[in-house]
Design a protein around this ligand. Structure first.
Ligand code: ZN
Length: 68
């Protein structure tokens, strides 16, 4: 039903909260206009190389701040 958008590293985006599609790392993009690689990136553990949009660009925030 709801398809999560997966945005590749380096894509131009607006401010928002993103989650690594590979490891689940939460990244809050406040000012930058392009997405960096995940800080935990390695080619072995990160085959998707993209971020899932949690908030921003009209996508309703689901769980932007997991209590973990
Ligand atoms: Zn990651």
């Amino acid at each position: 039903m709801v398809q999560k958008t997966c945005v590749p590293y380096g894509s131009d985006v607006s401010a928002g909260t993103y989650k690594c599609a590979d490891c689940g790392h939460i990244y809050s993009n406040q000012s930058k206009k392009s997405l960096p690689p995940c800080p935990k990136f390695s080619s072995a553990s990160h085959p998707k190389k993209c971020w899932i949009i949690l908030s921003g660009q009209g996508d309703a925030p689901n769980d932007p701040y997991p209590s973990k």
